[in-house]
Write a protein that binds this ligand. Structure first.
Ligand code: NAP
Length: 312
């Protein structure tokens, strides 16, 4: 019998408390589930299912933990925690990926087709403006991980010429893949629409600064479902004010919820969405957690392990 701590808020227990025990039993693994903030005998906990919004910040009592299984794709809230010595796995969830693809495709098409212009049209306002076709609008995705590749695949399937940029060189069918500083310059120069799907690490913080915004074609669109601090907010506002960037759709922010006096709220060139681009879906995520616990018990390598040095 293994012991699994679900470290989160009560709603996490609501989401996973029924699904996870049943799925583990189906996999032939008997488990005791613990929900308390600090359980009895913490050294006997085998796995910690970890929500980044939980109150747990000190992992040192969990001396026997075989793994911490993060419920989010992003790990910036936990990856630098020095009390955490057990392997850390991040969430790669088919439901989360599907949600991100849908959100990015929707917001890309909104801007590509100029949908706002037509929705806001008044009755007597007959001013036909035929949109470009997808193949006429090159776009770039920074980050070619699980999410960047899935979003890029959907957009290239619609006909957009997609360039992707990542730390290591990649070969993704249907996409131009670039890496390195020169690759970034090239990726930005052609990006009529730019999607950020990078993790937040010391190397990516404020990657999008005024110099890099200046590389984008005039009138470019920015879509950021990655992390808020990937962007220098002031540099973005300046680029919006000059019209160099025509519009920014932002889902994530340096401070969340976005403070009510933040200029993004009032700026006509900014769409704010409240960190809903995607979310872990318990129905599909549970299978990923169970598979990692099964692997841990069988002595097999865990899936989706975080490289603590690179921070993602
Ligand atoms: P992932 O699979 O770890 O992919 C990260 C990608 O970023 C990889 O291609 C990686 O390059 C690249 N990268 C990392 N550091 C880099 C650097 N310094 N320079 C260039 N490329 C770099 O992550 P994912 O699952 O796709 O998720 C990406 C991010 O999306 C998450 O970290 C999270 O912040 C965000 N997210 C947001 C939401 C939301 O609702 N808004 C939901 C889920 C996730 P390599 O391929 O070479 O390693």
């Amino acid at each position: 019998m293994i012991r699994v701590l679900i470290s989160g808020q009560p709603e996490d227990w609501d989401d996973f408390g029924d699904l996870l025990p049943a799925a583990l039993l189906d996999a032939g693994i008997e488990a005791e589930f613990i929900q308390e903030r600090m359980p009895r005998s913490p050294e006997t906990i085998d796995y910690i299912v970890y929500a980044p919004w939980s109150d747990m910040k000190d992992f040192s009592p969990f001396k026997g933990a075989k793994a911490v299984l993060n419920l989010w794709a992003g790990v910036e809230n936990v990856v630098t925690n020095e009390t955490l010595t057990a392997p850390l796995a991040r969430m790669v969830d088919p439901g989360l990926t599907a949600g991100m693809v849908e959100w990015c495709v929707a917001h890309t098409l909104r801007h590509h087709l100029g949908i706002d212009r037509d929705i806001c049209r008044r009755d007597a306002d007959w001013d036909p403006c035929v949109p470009l076709l997808a193949h006429e609008r090159p776009l770039t995705i920074l980050g070619l991980g699980v999410l960047g590749r899935a979003v890029g695949g959907a957009l290239s399937g619609l006909g957009f010429p997609v360039t992707g940029w990542s730390r290591s060189g990649k070969d993704v069918p249907g996409m131009t893949c670039l890496s390195g500083e020169n690759g970034l310059v090239e990726a930005l120069r052609t990006a009529e629409l730019l999607i950020l799907l990078l993790p937040l690490t010391p190397a990516t913080e404020e990657l999008m600064n005024s110099e890099r915004f200046a590389l984008l074609p005039k009138g470019a669109i920015l879509i950021n479902p990655g992390r808020g601090p990937l962007i220098d907010d002031d540099a973005l506002l300046a680029a919006l004010d000059t019209g160099h960037i025509a519009h920014a759709t932002l889902d994530v922010f340096r401070e969340e919820p976005l403070p009510s006096d933040h200029p993004f709220w009032a700026h006509p060139g900014v769409t704010v969405t409240p960190h809903i681009a995607s979310a872990t879906r318990p129905e599909t995520a549970v299978g990923v957690i169970v598979e990692n616990i099964r692997r841990g018990e069988a002595g097999e390598p865990l899936l989706h392990l975080v490289d603590r040095r690179s921070g993602y």
